[in-house]
Ligand binder design. Structure first.
Ligand SMILES: Cc1cc2nc3c(=O)[nH]c(=O)nc-3n(C[C@H](O)[C@H](O)[C@H](O)COP(=O)(O)OP(=O)(O)OC[C@H]3O[C@@H](n4cnc5c(N)ncnc54)[C@H](O)[C@@H]3O)c2cc1C
Length: 480
């Protein structure tokens, strides 16, 4: 194993949180090395798949309309997490989102207004021009200009931590198909920003276990983003005795097209017409209120809901009235002129399906349909209720999209505080920090609201970079 000369700050990961940390530490004048597990062409982790950042603002701000005050953002977060959040940490992220964009622009990120159909987000979410891929490319370019040393195909496998103090990391550099070269990298401080464990199917299988039908639900999960977030550092922190937070089965899980690839299907595999119709399981039965709230506040629970259904499959059913009201998915839906024919085509029991559809249609009360607000179109007398946008599905052609659970990111990770330090037996590490998905469980106990992943990564990535720089500078003064 080779040993490398020490740097001030070591950053593990190559997504948004890692780059924010690396840029901040470099701006503070530190020598920084960033280790990215993926090859260059796949760099950027899940961040490369993103489109926007949820931002607090008290008045219209360039691409953002109206206002989205701190309290509203906080209440939204409180609602989606069902109170499983840390107010101090959440408010840090919320406040940072109102001031981070000039810094992001300085490093080459550009914004654009949301397009129509993009989840009612013109007020709350600033969209990246060119998407997350452009954001990542801009940050890597800026990091290079600031002298950050970047290694690709460099996976950190072990950490050397003594009494809560980071000493070194063991890195495996992939040099060929089945070849790797190991290196021990020393640094004065370290930021772990290497995602959750969502890409690790055996781990997901273990924590989800077997269901009442004898199935292993995780066998039917699809991973929406990178294959490189294997959770190696989460396991390592657990083994090192770090304080952990989060339920391992809790994750951002979206109902995505069942025909999507196992990894990296990205945004275009999402099925966004759930609130415009009904969703039935493989027995042709509805199982949850499709109109509970605005789609941006609910889309991330539907993966879990489908995961809890037999066979982990469901079908989003709409009619001609829904066309043009949502972003069309990348794969065509199954189309039929009648609901009976639709059921046949997708292989559902026609009688049960028709019973579900007929009782839904009859239960729809008269109201004024308005998909831009929580309207008064509601069902009565059926379970589950559809509490908004409930209008009869009766105008052909009819559409069905098969959906499976698409895991975006998991919430299990190390417990941290406003400094982003990892805690060991309640004591904050002086030089080991975390940012992004790996610590998202500190803010998201469950649930999600669109764009908050990048809010968390940007806020805590920048804090972690600053803290790591401070720690490295402190250690230089004490050793000088
Ligand atoms: C399809 C999709 C769309 C999304 N859209 C949005 C959106 O519009 N807005 C939003 O806020 N959020 C969105 N998210 C969620 C968002 O991607 C994450 O919250 C955010 O990107 C997390 O950033 P991160 O830097 O923590 O992790 P990542 O961006 O996933 O980066 C983790 C990095 O760590 C590297 N890595 C992992 N393990 C190791 C190791 N052992 N050694 C070295 N490197 C390692 C990986 O290769 C990767 O580069 C989306 C996610 C997906 C999958």
């Amino acid at each position: 194993m080779s040993k490398h000369k020490s740097v001030d700050v070591l950053v593990v990961g190559g997504g948004n949180a890692a780059l924010c940390a690396a840029l901040m530490a470099a701006e503070e004048g530190c020598t920084v090395r960033l280790l990215e597990s993926a090859p260059k062409e796949w760099r950027g982790g899940n961040s490369a798949h993103t489109r926007n950042l949820r931002c607090m603002h008290d008045e219209p701000q360039d691409v953002l309309v109206d206002a989205y005050p701190e309290e509203e953002f906080w209440q939204d977060l409180l609602k989606v997490t069902g109170g499983l959040t840390n107010e101090e940490m959440a408010r840090i992220a919320i406040r940072d989102s109102s001031t981070c964009r000039p810094w992001m622009r300085k490093h080459g990120v550009r914004f654009q207004p949301s397009l129509s159909g993009a989840l009612h987000t013109a007020r709350t979410n600033a969209f990246f021009m060119g998407g997350g891929k452009a954001l990542i490319n801009a940050y890597f370019r800026s990091a290079q200009n600031l002298g950050v040393q970047i290694d690709y195909q460099a996976t950190v496998t072990h950490l050397n931590v003594k009494d809560g103090q980071f000493i070194s990391a063991i890195v495996s550099h992939r040099t060929g198909e089945n070849e790797a070269h190991k290196e021990e990298v020393f640094a004065k401080s370290c930021v772990l920003a290497c995602g959750g464990f969502e890409s690790n199917i055996p781990w997901l299988r273990e924590v989800w276990g077997q269901n009442e039908w004898g199935e292993y639900p995780a066998d039917n999960f699809l991973i929406r983003g990178t294959r490189f977030n294997q959770g190696t550092m989460i396991k390592q922190l657990e083994e090192l005795g770090a304080d952990m937070i989060g339920d391992p089965t809790q994750a951002h899980m979206v109902a995505i097209d069942a025909r999507a690839p196992l990894y990296d299907g990205g945004i275009c595999t999402r099925i966004d017409c759930v609130s415009l119709g009904v969703v039935v399981n493989k027995f042709g039965k509805r199982f949850y209120d499709e109109g509970e709230d605005f789609w941006p506040k609910r889309y991330a629970i539907w993966g879990r809901l489908v995961a809890l259904q037999p066979g982990q499959i469901a079908y989003s059913i709409t009619d001609a009235k829904a066309v043009g009201r949502f972003m069309p998915p990348v794969f065509d839906g199954t189309i039929a002129d009648t609901l009976e024919e639709l059921a046949q085509k997708i292989g559902l029991d026609v009688d049960t399906f028709m019973q579900t559809m007929n009782s839904f249609n009859e239960a729809c009360q008269k109201g004024e349909f308005d998909h831009t607000k929580l309207d008064n179109c509601v069902t009565q007398g059926i379970t589950p209720i559809k509490s908004h946008w409930a209008i009869p599905i009766n105008q052909g052609p009819f559409y069905a999209y098969p959906v499976k659970p698409g895991v975006t990111f998991t919430y299990l990770g190390p417990k941290t505080d406003k400094t982003t330090a990892v805690h060991f037996a309640g004591k904050a590490s002086p030089n080991l920090f975390v940012a992004g998905e790996i610590m998202s469980g500190n803010v998201l106990g469950k649930g999600y609201t669109a764009g908050v992943g990048m809010t968390i990564g940007t806020a805590f990535g920048r804090i972690a970079g600053r803290q790591a720089a401070l720690s490295a500078q402190r250690s230089s003064t004490t050793t000088a």
